[in-house]
Design a protein around this ligand. Structure first.
Ligand code: SAM
Length: 227
């Protein structure tokens, strides 16, 4: 029986990959990935050749799981996502669960994730945090109201850069302008930045810009941070 290797890959800077991740990617014949072109950039960068790539992205997950399970009956398979840790707001969970149910070994090769990188760089308390995944596109105001009970934790959400301003405006409406907040953008890339402050300051800074590009994580607290 084979093993499923869940392999974290860089979130921007291609140098952010572990030795063990490279070893596994070199050793396996099959790599399940979201966008084969994105994975090929990484494999070519590390001169990893002749791999069979199986496309495994969200709408195709249920169809691909049985195919990958069949392969795992006889050999190892690595699972990667476009960037970061598979299964964190990325495909992975369904395959991992199916393996566990069938007694197929699963090994996670830890590495980059936008979630923890943003949390640590935000300067907000790290002792307790709550990851919300992607914020809902519809009913955001109600959603933000519902999570008002999360007082003693740093809240973390993924958001697209073109909805960022609108989302922060909705947050201001629900939480007021004074909550501590950080926008972490383009982590590990050339234009990496952390915009930190109270919500109003962060919003004002972003509103000065003609456009906001790239990938972003929003982090906030519903209470003041005591030093
Ligand atoms: N599995 C990935 C991980 O572990 O980082 C997350 C995948 S999720 C589909 C993509 C979201 O993660 C982006 O929309 C953005 O919110 C965040 N993200 C990914 N890379 C990022 C980066 N370099 N800088 C800031 N946020 C990033």
């Amino acid at each position: 029986m084979g093993k499923l290797y869940v392999v974290a890959t860089p979130i921007g800077n291609l140098a952010d990959i572990t030795l063990r991740a490279l070893e596994v990617l070199k050793e396996v014949n099959f790599i399940a990935c979201e966008d084969t072109r994105r994975t090929l950039i990484l494999l070519n960068h590390y001169n990893i050749k002749d791999k069979k790539l199986i496309s495994y992205y969200e709408p195709k997950e249920s169809v691909q799981v049985p195919k990958i399970l069949k392969l795992l009956e006889r050999e190892d398979v690595a699972l990667v996502s476009d960037a970061g840790t598979p299964s964190i707001s990325d495909p992975g969970y369904k395959l991992i669960r199916a393996c566990i149910e069938r007694g197929i070994p699963v090994e996670v090769i830890p590495g980059p994730s936008a979630l923890l990188t943003a949390l640590v760089g935000s300067g907000l308390p790290t002792d307790c945090f709550t990851f919300l995944g992607f914020l809902p596109r519809k009913g955001l105001e109600n959603f933000l109201e519902d999570i008002k009970i999360y007082k003693d934790t740093t809240l973390i959400a993924f958001e697209s850069s073109n909805r960022l301003i609108k989302t922060l405006q909705t947050m201001e409406k629900v939480y007021g302008e004074n909550i501590p907040l950080c926008v972490a953008r383009e982590l590990t890339k050339i234009h990496e930045e952390y915009i930190r402050g109270i919500l109003r300051e962060v919003l004002e800074e972003l509103q000065k810009r003609p456009e906001i590009k790239g990938e972003v994580v929003i982090l906030w607290r519903l209470q003041d941070v005591k030093s």
